[in-house]
Design a protein around this ligand. Structure first.
Ligand code: URA
Ligand code: CA
Length: 440
């Protein structure tokens, strides 16, 4: 296969054949196609797009570029959930134990924080002793025994995506719907789940900033599922402010525990119930969305969800006492308030900037090799639409390095817009996308 011809064809707006797409994905995985040709083809795809058939073909080729996890030893349908990434987005730690307590089998391979967004693995590792490096055999045994496990991706999962994603990151080719859709779905399919519920974020903290683009991305992923014969459905949910109030690893674990213990609620719980309910439907446990939400709430109020989280933490080597007393989680040395610079209404948040602020305090990595501080981050003291007086606390910073305080206070003040007029609030659940269509 002459890769230059493939690049020229896509550059001219042509449709690539399955053989051409295979050569591209294999060449990325085994290094036989040089980075400059991969990058040129990625840019041509960004400009010319891909048909649904090309996108599905690229997805399957990336999925088969490495090993595919076989979950057939687990009884029943394994369901998975994936978020396109957000800030204060801890739905996994809330809904996985609730869905498992309702009888679902959740075998989840998660990722680490990326840019301004947090990652479930980093959050789990903030629990003393908790390991996310579990062999696939132990992973399957754990799901079979207690109904859930959340671990890191194996080294050889989707090597084509690893190579292409690293190139996209440095060639301005991340924000392209067929490339995002194939990247996400290839990893989910390779993780072996029988059904997948996607949480496509939209707004100032999301990969896709407009609702229309987010719906397009959701449709592209649902369509790949249809072509691959895997049920995939997606919710498009708001990321116009951090979803939970807590941003940072141990802080987000604390919020998830507080919710499962019935001490906290809010948008994080609402989105977790919506997603979890769809997982119960896909598992054949719930009849419809209302039934699913009622079952999830029953697992919450009975304490079964919190007990399940504790079981999962203990199974992965962690200190289960964090579920009884959050003081067993790591603590930051200092707490500093971010005062509102003026009186008015909280009108807008630059959610990505809030995520970057937590990252700068040490909750995320700026470079791959950076070590995360599990204790640091921030807690939002306001939501969009709240009325504040000058000097009221907008957020509380949790930090271990005092010298970072002034810069962080200033970036938080810049990230939160206070206006005279009460703003109109964006919806939390924008749309549900399935094979049947888009429901708003
Ligand atoms: N997350 C992924 O895994 N891939 C993308 O392309 C974008 C977000
Ligand atoms: Ca993942």
């Amino acid at each position: 296969m002459n890769m230059v011809d493939v690049i020229l064809k896509k550059k001219a707006g042509g449709t690539l054949s399955p053989e051409e797409i295979r050569a591209f994905a294999r060449g990325a995985a085994d290094g036989s196609v040089p980075d400059y040709q991969l990058a040129a083809l990625l840019m041509a795809i960004c400009w010319r797009g891909m048909t649904p058939e090309e996108t599905a073909c690229l997805t399957m080729e990336m999925m088969h570029s490495g090993s595919v996890v076989d979950l057939s030893a687990i009884d029943g349908v394994c369901v998975d959930k994936h978020s396109t990434g957000g800030v204060g987005d801890t739905t996994t730690l809330v809904l996985v134990p609730l869905a498992a307590a309702c009888g679902a089998k959740v075998a989840k391979l998660s990722g680490r924080g990326l840019g301004h967004t947090g990652g479930t693995l980093d959050k789990l590792e903030s629990i003393p002793g908790c390991s996310v490096n579990v062999s696939i055999e132990d992973f399957i045994r754990q799901v079979q025994k207690i109904g859930c496990a959340v671990i890191g991706q194996t080294q050889d999962l989707c090597p084509a995506d690893k190579a292409l994603y690293a190139l996209r990151d440095v060639t301005g080719t991340v924000d392209c719907i067929p490339l995002i859709a194939s990247s996400i779905v290839s990893k989910k399919l390779a993780s072996g789940a029988g059904a997948i519920v996607l949480d496509v974020k939209t707004g100032s903290g999301a990969l896709m900033q407009t609702v229309e683009q987010s719906i397009e991305l959701a449709k592209a992923m649902v369509e790949i599922g249809a072509q691959a014969g895997k049920p995939i459905l997606a919710l498009v949910t708001g990321m116009d402010q951090p979803l939970g109030t807590h941003v940072g690893n141990a802080l987000e674990v604390k919020e998830a525990i507080d919710i499962l213990a019935g001490r906290a609620a809010g948008d994080l719980l609402t989105v977790s119930l919506e997603l979890g309910s769809r997982m119960l439907i896909a598992s054949g446990i719930a009849r419809d969305v209302e039934d699913g939400k009622a079952r999830m709430m029953q697992a919450l109020t009975s304490g079964a969800g919190l007990a399940k989280l504790k079981e999962m933490i203990v199974a992965q080597g962690g200190d289960g006492r964090v579920c009884d007393d959050v003081d067993y989680l790591p603590h930051a040395a200092y707490k500093i308030s971010v005062p509102a610079p003026a009186s008015g209404y909280v009108a807008r948040m630059d959610t990505a900037a809030i995520g970057r602020c937590a990252q700068a305090l040490g909750a995320g990595r700026q470079k791959k090799t950076d070590v995360i501080d599990p204790a640091v981050g921030l807690v939002m003291d306001v939501r969009l639409g709240d009325e504040v007086k000058a000097g009221d606390s907008l957020a509380t910073l949790y930090l271990n390095r005092c010298e970072l305080a002034n810069g962080a206070v200033e970036s938080m003040q810049r990230a939160i817009t206070i206006a005279k007029e009460k703003p109109e609030l964006p919806p939390l659940i924008h749309a549900a996308v399935s094979r049947e269509g888009v429901t708003r």
